[in-house]
Design a protein around this ligand. Structure first.
Ligand SMILES: Nc1ncnc2c1ncn2[C@@H]1O[C@H](COP(=O)(O)OP(=O)(O)OP(=O)(O)O)[C@@H](O)[C@H]1O
Ligand SMILES: O=P(O)(O)OC[C@H]1O[C@H](OP(=O)(O)OP(=O)(O)O)[C@H](O)[C@@H]1O
Ligand SMILES: O=C(O)c1cccnc1
Length: 498
């Protein structure tokens, strides 16, 4: 079985729609889909986009080989042989625009735009959402942890608790983008060039007659990488004194012990006592690592208690996004080819948040030239020129259109950049370290009120007036879709005043 190939990593209904398009002769009609999410995770004020590298690799490798075709042949749908023969030639030939990985992103802003034959665009929905939803979620969780400990070293320790192997390695990568310094996962290190770090487990201590013997043997084996786990028996009575003996032994060899690790008990108290004991011995260079079910809230709390922790090992709660296990990113059709032109399409819903924004669109980050700070994100139809020309624009809240402001003297940064054209990559993707640096740089653009962990201010995301009017006109074209009739609703209702 070729478990590596991800072509059938899709929902069956995508294949069925492909088949129906093939039967009806509409498979080559082009369509435009957008990926976006509606609600920020963890009550955070922003999210961190990740997943693009995997999307690009996936699209480049899409093939139906013998195994996939044999499996499709077995299905109860009874797909025609001519359809299967066509799949053998299948390649992704469309266009992808996306926000660069590491970008700080907000609800309802397109993160990626796929322009492709319906035949291709359907197949890829499931995998694209799978990659982007998970990796963006973990990058966002990691960014929250980073904000709780901006000046400390952060180690990703989650593999053993991750939802299987892919989540472990791609989650480690997402955490690194958001500012973690290293991972314990060696495969993630090998695959992506993430720095790797490791201490030792309780089992190493338990496998020896005494803790001191265990520490000494470890230090003899890896004298330049010694971080000793001191809580197997009694942290302050045994673990610390034993570790101090080893630090002395290493000093006699002209070496310096890296650190100790605390993995249980009151981490504030124990780290303070450990720091005192180490400093009393002149071992102020020995760093203190802590682990044990940490997350941004516990780290923040430990810091407020005066914990003396230099390095945080964070596993389970990061890699599983413990407090919110999924991001609800969606992939929605916004335009379809009809008689050689793109026609905007909408999805109506009784829930105003679920009414889609129709049309082939662009997205910009509007940055004030006066303050250097982002004023909001601005979504336009693709043929609008006002924003590109730097004309005065109106930012208004689509749910409460009377809340608005005019902006001039701004830089409009296009958020969606070309990634794939005609099925081929446009330029190379940035290296991981460049993505991480770009991410860190992004924070400069935002006022702190959007970034705080608790009850952040809501950043403005606006539709242009044209995009808004298009949406209204499509909403009202649907029978029964008026306020008060039939239950379907849309954002606002009245046009924004000019
Ligand atoms: N001073 C502290 N303030 C707040 N939370 C803390 C503090 N010290 C430790 N914690 C956190 O409390 C949680 C539970 O710690 P608890 O004391 O139950 O673990 P433990 O029993 O010491 O560890 P283990 O079960 O691994 O032996 C962990 O998430 C840990 O990170
Ligand atoms: O706590 P996390 O954030 O997930 O970090 C990873 C944990 O993995 C190891 O524990 P281990 O597998 O030995 O389990 P235990 O310490 O919970 O008993 C390590 O000692 C950390 O406690
Ligand atoms: O290196 C460590 O200390 C480590 C790695 C993975 C999980 N827990 C701890």
């Amino acid at each position: 079985m070729n478990a590596e190939r991800l072509t059938l990593h899709t929902d069956k209904y995508q294949i069925n729609m492909m088949y129906a398009h093939w039967v009806q002769g509409s498979l080559n009609d082009k369509a435009v889909f957008e990926i976006y999410f509606r609600k920020l995770p963890f009550g955070n004020g922003f999210a961190v986009f990740a997943g693009l590298e995997r999307v690009v690799r996936y699209l480049a490798d899409l093939r139906f080989g013998d195994e996939e075709l044999a499996y499709l042949r077995e299905q109860e749908e009874g797909y025609d042989e001519a359809f299967l023969a066509l799949l053998r030639e299948f390649r992704f030939t469309g266009r992808l625009h996306a926000v660069p990985e590491g970008t700080i992103v907000f609800p309802n802003v397109p993160l990626a735009r796929v322009e492709a034959r319906l035949f291709e665009a359907h197949l890829i929905e499931t995998a694209l959402l799978n990659f982007v939803n998970y990796q963006t979620l973990i990058a966002t969780k990691a960014a929250r942890i980073k904000l709780a400990a901006p000046d400390d070293i952060l180690l990703e320790f989650g593999t053993r608790r991750a939802q299987e192997a892919d989540a472990a390695v791609w989650g480690a990568r997402a955490a690194y983008i958001a500012g973690f310094h290293a991972t314990s996962n060696m495969r993630a290190g090998m695959m992506f060039g993430i720095p790797t770090k490791g201490t030792h487990a309780h089992a190493w201590v338990q496998a020896h007659d005494t803790e001191e013997e265990a520490f000494r043997k470890y230090a003899e084996a890896l004298p330049d990488q010694v971080t000793l786990l001191v809580d197997t028996y009694d942290t302050l009575r045994d673990g610390l004194p034993d570790a101090i003996k080893i630090a002395r032994m290493l000093e006699r060899q002209g070496k310096r012990m890296n650190g100790i690790r605390l993995d249980s008990g009151d981490l504030a108290y124990l780290s303070q006592r450990a720091r005192e004991m180490l400093d009393e011995e002149g071992l102020n260079y020995v760093k203190i690592t802590a682990s044990n079910d940490l997350d941004e809230n516990i780290i923040f709390n430990l810091k407020s208690q005066g914990a003396r922790i230099d390095i945080w090992g964070v596993g389970t709660k990061l890699i599983t996004a413990n407090d919110q296990p999924s991001l609800g990113g969606v992939y929605k059709l916004v335009a379809r080819e009809k008689e050689g032109r793109y026609e905007p399409v909408i999805k109506i819903s009784a829930n105003p948040d679920k009414v889609t924004n129709p049309g082939f669109k662009e997205a910009y980050r509007i940055v004030s030239r006066r303050t250097g700070k982002a004023e909001g994100d601005y979504i336009t139809l693709r043929d609008e020129e006002a924003v590109a020309r730097g004309e005065r624009i109106k930012l208004f809240d689509p749910v409460h259109p009377y809340i608005h402001k005019y902006v001039e003297d701004y830089e409009a940064i296009p958020l969606l950049v070309p990634v794939i054209d005609g099925g081929a990559q446009v330029g190379g993707l940035p290296r991981l370290d460049a993505i991480r640096d770009y991410h860190a740089e992004q924070f400069r653009l935002f006022w702190p009120q959007y970034l705080r962990k608790l009850n952040p201010e809501q950043y403005r995301v606006s539709l242009s007036e044209k995009a808004w009017e298009l949406k209204m006109s499509l909403v009202h074209r649907h029978p029964g879709v008026r306020r008060g009739e039939g239950g379907a609703a849309t954002e606002g209702g009245d046009p924004p005043d000019r």
